[in-house]
Write a protein that binds this ligand. Structure first.
Ligand code: G4P
Length: 529
């Protein structure tokens, strides 16, 4: 197969949802269709159970499973599908944001009874900002839930999407009879007993066909006709271009647990979802069809064996072919590197491969050379954009609890920060170190891993701050900036890239600071124009 054929057959995406909406179940059903697994239950549930904040076994178990399920790949109708796993737990939201930099599209799973939930809102906002194409899957139709039209309204309003249903349910919960597949013009009837097999559905080119009444009953048939009429009237017609540009979002209904509506979703997805997309670097736009290799690290995972500190760096290939043992430039370190055992992912396994193509993810063994955001090329100086740090929401001073082990502590902290577990800031005024995280759980993970992997001990001191803002370095010479720096000295620090940040103890402080020093630009992410 030629390079372009390989590229055209790849679909790399992520599934996002609020915990418990059915992401794991849907992933598993997709893998079943790809023949990548033989039975349900093969994909381990990678959720951290609620309330398990101090269960270290659980954290360790999570680390193990999430390496295995970080990337799940399968072949369906000759397409190579790569699913990038995103942790549902809110304390790992930053990990999910970063993974979204490596997907070409997403599927959002929504629970029909719960509707749009908090975590979904946050994640979809990030996708919208980046114009990532989105398909919505409304799950658990076998349960009583919200009315389909109400739910479509909610999705439009809360998520700011412009939707077009490509399937429509007939009843729900106890009365759930099936779905009409608008995309394929087919009717599929639901049977909860038949979870693993999928009926081909009955084709209806004309909904007035009396056969419809015979199959679902006159009442349901008429209801469906009316509802579909409304759908055609109210919602825009599906248009692939608009979907690819992030301006229109198709919606499917189904039940992942019962394997219902999943095939319709997958069939449509493989047809409409984007092939590997171009990516913006600081220097230029890199097209996926370029023959020279480029790629970037979006995730680093520590090895399960704490005695060997090697890690797995996940590289998304943007262009060209990644070849085993070929020399590539690690741009930040300005160093040539070769990889003798790059891992590719298939179903829930990983294996060494000779070649990988745009859209694919390779796992590279790393002894501490990589940081998140690093770029690999064949020699060109390129730095891919779009892997910003977001402001953490929890802050604590970190203290060394064993003065004999200060080197180990420093090394451990550096490496954990490279992995993206949390963010480290150094206060300008006294050099004290502050760890910022999205959730409280990370502090326990850090403490535990410092002790078990690096032999270092730390304690924390709470720092009641609201957010950090990145300060635009272009402002440094202006007078107002000098004044800002003098007055706010105690609240200024550097992040890991030596970029200046301002610690704000409340939203009000941010507002006040902005109005007092209007020419000083404060940003909530580390990357800004
Ligand atoms: P997540 O990864 O998004 O967190 O969700 P997950 O797939 O683990 O699903 C959460 C719960 O919802 C699971 O039940 C799962 O069986 C159930 N579920 C998923 N899809 C459907 C569906 O279409 N219909 C119904 N009725 N339930 C669904 P659980 O009891 O939490 O776990 P388990 O004991 O079944 O594993």
């Amino acid at each position: 197969m030629s390079f372009l054929e390989e590229l055209e057959r790849r679909r790399t995406f992520g599934i996002i949802s609020h915990p418990d909406a059915g992401k794991t179940t849907l992933t598993e059903k997709l893998l079943l269709f790809g023949g990548a697994i033989k039975e349900a239950g093969a994909v381990k549930n990678n959720k951290i159970k609620k309330g398990a904040t101090s269960d270290f076994m659980e954290i360790e178990r999570q680390r193990g499973i999430s390496v295995a399920t970080s990337v799940l790949a399968f072949i369906y109708k000759d397409k190579k599908i790569n699913i990038l796993d995103t942790p549902g737990h809110k304390d790992f939201a930053e990990d999910t944001f970063r993974t979204l930099t490596a997907v070409d599209s997403v599927i959002v799973v929504i629970d029909v009874a719960k509707g749009v939930e908090a975590q979904t809102e946050k994640l979809v906002e990030v996708c919208r900002m980046r114009k990532i194409p989105i398909i919505v899957f409304i799950n658990k139709m076998d349960r009583e839930g919200k009315d389909a039209f109400d739910l479509l309204d909610e999705v439009e309003q809360k998520l700011g999407l412009r939707v077009t249903p490509l399937s429509f349910p007939i009843g729900m919960g106890y009365d759930f009879k099936g779905i009409y597949n608008i995309w394929g013009k087919k009717l599929n009837l639901f049977s909860a007993d038949n979870k693993q097999t999928v009926s081909e559905g009955v084709e209806f080119s004309d909904l007035d066909d009396p056969q419809l009444d015979e199959i679902v009953g006159e009442k349901a048939a008429n209801e469906l006709r009316e509802e579909l009429e409304l759908v055609y009237e109210v919602y825009p017609k599906f248009n692939n271009e608009e979907y690819l540009q992030g301006d229109l979002q198709p919606v499917f209904f189904g039940s992942a647990l019962n394997n219902f509506g999943v095939k319709e979703l997958l069939d449509c997805f493989t047809e409409i979802a984007p092939t590997p997309q171009p990516k913006m670097a600081e220097e230029r736009l890199v097209d996926s069809k370029e023959e020279k290799l480029t790629g970037f690290v979006f995730k680093i995972h520590a090895n399960m064996d704490p005695k060997h500190r090697d890690r797995l760096a996940f590289v998304k290939i943007v262009s060209g072919v990644f070849k085993r043992n070929a020399p590539y430039l690690h741009v930040r370190n300005n160093k040539k590197m070769k990889f003798s055992s790059p891992n590719a992912f298939f179903a829930e396994k990983k294996e060494i491969v000779d070649e990988s193509f745009p859209g694919d993810i390779v796992g590279l063994h790393d002894t501490g050379n990589f940081k998140i955001g690093d770029t690999l090329t064949e020699g060109e100086i390129l730095n891919f954009k779009g892997i910003p740090s977001f402001s953490p929401e929890h802050f604590r001073y970190v203290n060394n609890a064993d003065p004999m082990k200060s080197k180990q502590l420093q090394k451990g902290l550096d490496q954990l920060m490279d992995e993206g577990v949390a963010q480290l800031f150094t206060l300008d005024i006294n050099g004290r170190k502050i760890i910022g995280t999205v959730g409280a759980l990370q502090y326990e993970v850090i403490q535990y891993r410092l002790e078990h992997e690096y032999g270092a001990k730390c304690t924390y001191e709470n720092l009641p701050m609201h957010k950090v803002c990145w300060v635009d370095p272009d402002d440094i010479k202006n007078e107002e900036f000098k004044e800002f720096r003098r007055v706010k000295q105690r609240y200024l620090a550097k992040d890991k890239h030596n970029q200046m940040v301002f610690f704000a103890d409340s939203g009000f402080t941010i507002q006040m600071t902005q109005s007092k020093y209007p020419s000083v630009k404060l940003h909530f992410t580390s990357e800004f124009e």
